[in-house]
Ligand binder design. Structure first.
Ligand code: ADP
Ligand code: MG
Length: 567
């Protein structure tokens, strides 16, 4: 037997699992079942694409998951007949941080046990959650198409053992020796049924619960009279405890909100209900089903380059991949769900997916559908404010990523402005609607701080003329996106730090007169500022402030600095 040291981060993670994340221990079952289901998904796919694997499996092979428990032994076992793991897989998957997940999970911990246990699934560190309840774990696994099985064992401290062993068929058995204080709760028929029902009801494969039950023989009246003792026997049970239907294949009318929500939780590792559910069946040229969800809270990895895509691809109910970032455009990376196509070939290789015409069509219609459902949501101001709070940034990305749907996305954006208050926001449509008849552009100002922006002297002339100015205080993204929007329904976007201010009525003579009057002071200022400015001018831009700095060739930062010094 070989002893292996866990990589440092895994050690750290295990320590956290066993010592800090106490609040939601039951999710370890969800995580192990979801791994079992993934393992069967993978084998299902290989069976279709790899002749050798197909030959190695029994003709009637069908994926299934088994859970058993033993009260006396204080143990729980979860097994599957999926792809299995060989020696290298075991080391790479559950011994090291080959995946980026472990480290970013640790980096993202908040210290709030409830929130943190929610992160477990999101960062792909689900397996280790078993150590919240286990004293010791054995993973016995045999990879499909290979001869040798291996046993991985660990008590969740610094190291794990790995040794060859025997196992008849492919798949994985996870034997969990429960901690004394957890045994009563989890080595229990009702508790397991309840957890599986809650998180894994619509896993596509059957989950069986196996246990032994003592039954007492029913005696007839005669036997009772005769004083006969009832015999006690132990019977073995093997009961299916989930629906095992691919939820999305069922007709919309039959499905309850609760079932949709449960399914969402089982695929998203989220414990909240989703914000939006979008179930579509398309018939005609392309036949497919999509079931999309928008999470209430934006996924934790939304701003990481190595984010995990949230949409899984199926072909005729067979899982193909959950690692394809092109199924939806990047700006919709917060969407969770499935796409199930009837037309793609079952043995479609993951490599050619990106160029596939059918998939491109599905993608296009899906985007339109999702955007139109968001639009519907926007009719409810309160709910929409929650959506905007989570997803305004990716939507803004969409404006420049998705040329086809630019107009639709612009309609979904919301902005603070000189005419909104108390955290309220306006739409571009409302902006246009509220503008006076002479206005022909959308004015905006960009900066880091809403308060500073609202106090900008540049706004004065606009206020005097009753022109609304958008306050864009998400500088990092606004600065990239807004100047590139071009126009919204023929109205140009104009940065007020770089454009002519609206004219305040003034004749040429008046202008001359004012310029004359201020000539000497302008000269003095010019003299003092010297090289640091290009020009000093009398302006009618301002009405209350004596002066302001404006951009010449686009040095907004300088302008801001000067303004702060002035303030
Ligand atoms: P994730 O499922 O997000 O990848 P986990 O920590 O749950 O993260 O699992 C880590 C890896 O271990 C999986 O990606 C998979 O490769 C492997 N694994 C875990 N359980 C099984 C299983 N039952 N069968 C095959 N491989 C498994
Ligand atoms: Mg997992």
């Amino acid at each position: 037997m070989a002893k292996h040291q866990f990589q440092t981060e895994v050690g750290q993670l295990l320590h956290l699992m066993t010592h800090s994340l106490y609040s939601n221990k039951e999710i370890f079952i969800r995580e192990l079942v979801s791994n079992a289901s993934d393992a069967i998904d993978k084998l299902n796919y290989l069976k279709l694409t790899d002749e050798n694997i197909k030959a190695a499996l029994p003709g009637d092979w069908a994926g299934q998951i088994n859970i058993s428990f033993d009260e006396a032994d204080k143990s729980l076992t979860i097994s599957d007949n999926g792809i299995g793991m060989n020696e290298e897989d075991l080391i790479a998957s559950i011994g090291t941080i080959a995946k980026s997940g472990t480290k970013s999970f640790i980096d993202n911990l908040t210290g709030d046990a409830k929130k943190d246990s929610n992160l477990i699934g999101q960062f792909g560190v689900g397996f280790y959650s078993v150590f919240m309840v286990a004293n010791k774990v054995d993973v016995i696994s045999k990879k499909a198409g290979e001869e040798q099985a291996y046993k991985w064992s660990s008590d969740g401290t610094g190291e794990f053992d790995l040794a060859p062993c025997t196992k008849e068929s492919n798949g994985t058995v996870i034997y969990i020796k429960l901690k004394d204080e957890e045994a009563e709760e989890f080595a229990s028929k009702y508790r397991i049924q309840n957890i599986v029902g809650k998180y894994s009801n619509h896993i596509a494969y059957p989950i069986y619960l196996n246990y032994s039950e003592e039954v007492t023989e029913e005696l007839s009246e005669e036997d009772k009279k005769a004083g006969k003792e009832a015999k006690k026997t132990v019977e073995k049970r093997h009961e299916k405890i989930n629906e095992a239907t691919a939820l999305w294949t069922q007709p919309k009318a039959k499905l309850k909100k609760e079932e949709y929500n449960d399914f969402y939780k089982s695929i998203s590792h989220d414990s909240q209900d989703p914000m939006l559910t979008i179930h579509t069946k398309a018939e005609g040229v392309n036949e497919y089903t999509t079931l999309f969800y928008i999470p209430k809270t934006a996924p934790m990895d939304m701003y990481r380059a190595d984010y995990q895509p949230g949409v899984k691809l199926y072909v005729k109910r067979v899982f193909i991949t959950d690692d394809e970032k092109e199924l939806l455009p990047t700006y919709l990376r917060f969407v969770r769900g499935i796409i199930d196509s009837e037309d793609l070939p079952l043995n479609v290789s993951r490599e050619i997916l990106q160029e596939n015409r059918i998939l491109a069509n599905i993608k296009q219609s899906s985007v339109k559908k999702i955007l139109s459902e968001i639009k519907k949501l926007s009719k409810d101001e309160e709910k929409y404010a929650e959506f905007i709070a989570q997803y305004i940034r990716p939507l803004k990305e969409g404006v420049y990523q998705d040329f086809t749907n630019k107009e639709a996305i612009l309609d979904l954006l919301r902005y603070k402005s000189t005419k909104t208050e108390d955290g309220k926001m306006t739409s571009l449509a409302a902006y246009k609607e509220g503008a006076n008849s002479e206005q022909k552009a959308i004015y905006y100002i960009i900066g880091e701080n809403e308060k500073v922006l609202r106090n900008s002297p540049l706004l004065e002339a606009y206020k005097k003329n009753d022109i609304e100015v958008l306050i864009l205080d998400d500088k990092e993204i606004d600065e990239i996106i807004t100047p590139n929007i071009g126009a919204y329904k023929e109205w140009e976007f104009k940065d007020i730090t770089a454009c002519e201010a609206p004219k305040v009525e003034q004749s040429e003579d008046e202008k001359k007169e004012v310029e004359e009057k201020f000539k000497s002071i302008v000269e003095k200022i010019k003299d003092k500022l010297g090289e640091s400015v290009t020009d000093v001018r009398v302006t009618n831009r301002l009405s209350d402030s004596p002066s302001c700095v404006v951009k010449d060739v686009g040095d907004a930062q300088m302008a801001q600095m000067m303004q702060m010094m002035r303030a």
